[in-house]
Design a protein around this ligand. Structure first.
Ligand SMILES: Cc1cc2nc3c(=O)[nH]c(=O)nc-3n(C[C@H](O)[C@H](O)[C@H](O)COP(=O)(O)OP(=O)(O)OC[C@H]3O[C@@H](n4cnc5c(N)ncnc54)[C@H](O)[C@@H]3O)c2cc1C
Length: 437
């Protein structure tokens, strides 16, 4: 095993591929995005939202509902950012416990946690109203301990979820674990009812339709090049002209570029990779995940997996903190999947793809404002719910002045970091060692 990546050297095990194998997200196969005509940018708007993912579109839909003349500008097409590339696994909470958040950040920390719980509920409501075809399903989430030593922290997490947050949780070991997760290599798990699945691209499409029906204008394939502060308002410079706006929301997360240097110094883009098998058939799908749970393990080099609505195993992970090709990541993920489910050996892959996750130095999401520009980002791999809700809160702040209680949490940066995460290979070595303890 290489210390640079947990999956071992590339090419050790080559994944078998279906004839129609492709390196685009599975979700793009059966999502239809609204067609958006390319129109001239107006000279001015009440609000400009940069980024047409969950964050930007949820924000735009809410701004539109407040009667704000709103533009969403994206350098790509709909679904090309992480919102069309993720695994569609949804949970409440952020990467820190409520106790830690309260100890470190007081009431603002608690408010951030509460927002994450509301985010979870918000997706359920929004999907039901705007994207019923996205198949939102409350499926529960099973966190699995890849080392016996990780059971202690899972038990702590379970107690907090049960006692403080009122979730319905249970610790699973031995036979109970076998019946929930008939997979290899785990010492136990924590099951919570707070876990759900969605078809992410159809959900995104629903948010786009909601925005358009509220009068929002989408300008795709249009790159924002810089944001200039004016008093009052801002001017947004783009590849297709300038727009003067009362407010601007930067919702670019793991794709943040030089147009937003303040955010670029605070966001660490990290590649995550996903493979999908051919449909397994009902019997084999039931063997893999009898209750169709969302599942993840306790590694820092996290693996996460679920069944797709048509019974494929969708299996994702970080595979490396240094950039690798989709082919290399695919073979590593396949090897990891077979370690967990040996009976799937030989099953062919239909898809493999990648996307950028937006991490932060404190591993917390941030919704904040600096020099008149509002930023919502840094979901650290949990942006289906957090992005949707942070976007909505950002819109309420812009439209009604409703400032979220956690918005003054410091959004940390690191000296010398300007958006190129040169330190990631070193972090990868450290995490790889930790994963073996
Ligand atoms: C492989 C993978 C798996 C994931 N799995 C999950 C999961 O199971 N559950 C979960 O909750 N989260 C998951 N995530 C994270 C989740 O997808 C993201 O947190 C979420 O989609 C972020 O949404 P967003 O709208 O903030 O950003 P994005 O959807 O990434 O959109 C940002 C947009 O900004 C645009 N942009 C950037 N710069 C500019 C510019 N200068 N001008 C114009 N446009 C610009 C980009 O083109 C992009 O479309 C995963 C992410 C990846 C990559």
């Amino acid at each position: 095993m290489s210390i640079w990546s947990p999956g071992g050297p590339p090419g050790k095990r080559t994944a078998p591929l279906a004839e129609d194998y492709r390196e685009t997200p599975l979700w793009w196969d059966d999502a239809t995005f609204p067609s958006v005509a390319e129109t001239a940018l107006p000279a001015s708007a009440d609000a400009v939202v940069i980024g047409a993912g969950f964050t930007g579109l949820a924000a735009a839909a809410r701004l539109g509902s407040h009667g704000k003349h709103t533009l969403v500008i994206d350098s790509g097409g709909l679904g090309e950012g992480a919102s069309g590339r993720n695994a569609g696994m949804i949970h409440a909470g952020v990467r820190r416990s409520v106790a830690t958040l309260e100890r470190k950040h007081g009431a603002a920390g608690r408010a951030l946690h509460d927002a994450s719980v509301e985010a979870y509920r918000f997706v359920a409501r929004t999907a039901a109203a705007a994207a019923p075809d996205a198949m939102y399903t409350q499926s529960g989430w099973l966190h699995l301990a890849h080392r016996r030593s990780r059971m202690k922290s899972l038990r702590k997490d379970e107690a907090e979820r049960r006692d403080v947050l009122g979730e319905s949780t249970v610790m699973l070991e031995d036979a109970a674990l076998e019946s929930e997760a008939p997979c290899r290599g785990f010492h136990g798990g924590m099951l919570t009812d707070n876990g759900a699945s969605i078809h992410p691209a159809r959900y995104l499409s629903g948010l786009a339709r909601l925005s358009l029906s509220g009068g929002v204008a989408l300008h795709l394939h249009t790159r924002v090049t810089s944001i200039e502060r004016r008093d009052p308002g801002v001017v947004v410079h783009t590849s297709r002209g300038d727009v003067a706006a009362g407010d601007v929301l930067v919702a670019t997360n793991g794709y943040t570029d030089d147009a937003a240097p303040w955010a670029r110094r605070r966001i660490i883009p990290i590649g995550s990779y996903i493979i999908a098998t051919e449909p397994l058939g009902d019997a084999r799908a039931a063997d893999v995940s009898p209750q169709r749970r969302m599942m993840s393990d306790s590694r820092n080099f996290l693996h996460y997996w679920r069944l797709s609505p048509d019974g494929r195993l969708v299996f994702g992970g970080r595979t490396s903190f240094a950039p690798v090709s989709v082919q290399t990541a695919r073979d590593r993920l396949y090897a990891a999947m077979i370690d967990i489910y040996p009976e799937l050996s030989g099953v062919r892959l239909s898809h493999a793809w990648t996307g950028n996750v937006g991490f932060t130095f404190d591993q917390l999401p941030h919704l904040t404002r600096s020099e008149g520009v509002t930023y919502a980002m840094g979901y650290c791999g949990s942006g289906v719910a957090l992005g949707s809700w942070m976007g909505t809160l950002a819109a309420q702040w812009i439209a009604r002045g409703a400032r979220p209680a956690f918005s003054d949490l410091r959004f940390p940066r690191m000296p010398l970091y300007r958006g190129h995460p040169w330190f990631l290979p070193l972090v990868g070595v450290y995490y790889s060692l930790l994963d073996r303890l």
